[in-house]
Design a protein around this ligand. Sequence first.
Ligand code: CR1
Length: 801
Amino acid sequence: MKTYTKSEFRKVLETKLMNKRTATLEESTDNDIFYAICSILKDEINQAGVDTRHHNIEAKRRQINYLSMEFLIGRLIESNLLNAGLLDVCNEVLTELGRDPKKIYSEENDAGLGNGGLGRLAACFLDSIASLGYMGNGFGIRYRYGLFEQRIVNGTQIELPDNWLQEVYPWETRRIEEAVPVNFGGQVTSEVLEDGNLKFTYSNQETVLAVPYDVGVVGYDNDNVNQLRLWSAELPHDTIDHGDNKNRLEHMQSVERISGFLYPDDSTEEGRFLRLKQQYFLVSSTIQTLINQFKERYQLPVTDFHKYHCIQINDTHPTFGIPELMRILMDEEGLGWDDAWHITTHTFAYTNHTIMQEALEKWPVYQVQNVNPRIFMIINEINERFCKSVYEAHPEMRDKIGDLAVISNNVVHMSKLAIVGSFSVNGVAALHSEIIKDYTFNDFYKLTPEKFNNKTNGITHRRWLMTSNPELSNLISDTIGNNWVKHPQELTQLMHYYNDDAFLDRLAEVKLHNKKALKEVIYNKTGIEVDEHSVFDVQVKRLHEYKRQLLNLLRIIYLYNEIKRKPSIKIQPITFIFGAKAAPGYHIAKEVIKLIHAVANVVNNDTDVDNRIKVVFLENYNVTLAEDIMPAAEISEQISTASMEASGTGNMKMMMNGAITLGTMDGANVEIAELVGKENIFIFGLSSEEVINYQLNGGYRAEDIYKTDSRVKNAMDALINEQFGRNYAFNDLYYHVLTNNDPYFLLKDFNSYVDIHLTAMATYQDKRKWNQMSLTNIMKSGQFSSDRTIQQYATDIWKLN
Ligand code: CR1
């Protein structure tokens, strides 16, 4: 890509302002400048994107296609500037012009096309795929409304539509000429042809036009630009309206609803027909396109498809891609079952992101039939052939066939379909991948152990360190040079500074600087003034019972009551920072948000507390807000019930920014602990083995702990004794824990949590030691760059060159 001197950049900025915004530099608004910069970048991205495509086609490169219902991309401007090599010059020019770069970049709407970790992972992966120079494109849905905007009104979460497309989205290009029809519903008939093969004919289908919008994905300093293709649903121009749609406008709206909004829940399936339609819409449009492009560009027989394409499905949401590819290969390309099955099962690879039963997708047969009857027929056939093959080839597994079946009790089990139709099944952290093999999918593991593998998640250090924490990033480069930027594992070079007091002081200064910046954000958003010298203890993530925000609160309540008991007690001042969206229909999660606010209200205003504890809830947690929070975190709360958090990625982001993890031996915490050593992390609670053993044996007796342990009882009773609200405001939480026998082991882990927290606070008193711990975490965090993860996917699964 082109490089610019300052004066060149200024000049092109002026030209863009004039041409695109009819404004001079002097009169331009932040919004004008934002769009002008995007336009400069887009020229570069488009050119490099075309060059990349030409090169890839000419070299007939093998490509990875990352299919995901979610891409939590956030803002792109800084990341694109950085990767294109223009961030410094742009910052300098803007500053010289007396404009605040941050303010200008904040003109961009945060694209929240995802719920949480799964969606953000997809976005980090695209950045790494491009930055490592691979040919790999993302495919998702261009939701008209992304994840809801969270407002807090009187301590209660309110959801507003996320109108992220209100203004022009500067990074996308609409490509109507590449639109494809996606067919829903109707009937299928078959006839036997002369050659004995079956021919399937579809009738009365509803055709929806999938219109692609492409967003360039810029690799870091390598001129490699891939694409994220987001599909939008439209009514085809030539549709003739029938009686069941009152008028064309209504018909149009019903079609557009398919890409209308993102389902705001990453843990439960609402069983909604629309969600199912979204899934088929994504995979059908994508796979038709891949097949068309393959034939057109590579001029090879379709039987070679899998030699040039790999499709990674991000959780089970795109699993209908498997029957869809079968359908296209058989019904449109004329292949027989065996050939089509060979190609399909050499194309798909599946990533599992959760073992939570309620998040393992299951769809009623009639709904799948309604979405597309031919797809259901193919799933049915896959199931029959699979069950038969188990019966014949694995007599020892015959009594397990009922459990293995893809369809049982009139339900399609998406994870089973994904496993049967893929050549690779991976978990997202070492522990999680073991649990999948030993428990969740144990029967499948016994059948095909070679499919199962681990790919521990990662995060792009370009966004989560370089652009979001430039102070730390610069300190690192000043100290060890900038090799780490392309080889993040070289952050370990920082170990030479472990005993360097001057360096440790600078590290502490950077943290203080970032804490002051977050303090500002907190003040502007909440009016709460926090002490930058207090410990910033952070738990930011989706609100879910297994993530145990409630445990965090019980601990805060415990601390508060200790102060109330003995106001003169000496404690390290702490700011507890929360950020979390709750799924709109998830009552208990919403009650926890209320409780956070109720506790904050009491604690923050109690003169006995005297500002030693502050509780802050930051509204509308999203990628952009995360970029402000991560650099300032000192304690990273990763306290899920062991075995339940598949990996976590917030844990990696905070580690990379020098926070110390306080957590359970769960997900990737286990690998963080291994890397930094137990002296540089605070671990507490049950192990995953213990949790699983309890679960297999009917749990533990929560009542007993509640009755016999006064610390536990006091904290729990605060929920019902009106300490934090009148009229037994938190009865629901209290009874939910006790009458369900505490399925997330809050009470069981409470004491060790309180104790480890006290240990952490005692450790914090030794500033030098703390800085060394922080440094250790930073220097080991290169392992969690998504570049490492993608390198492993590329080598082991995708076989990319
Ligand atoms: C997991 O809960 C993991 C991300 C990304 C989430 C989290 O631990 O880091 O995936 N799973 O792998 C999920 O959203 C639907 O499942």
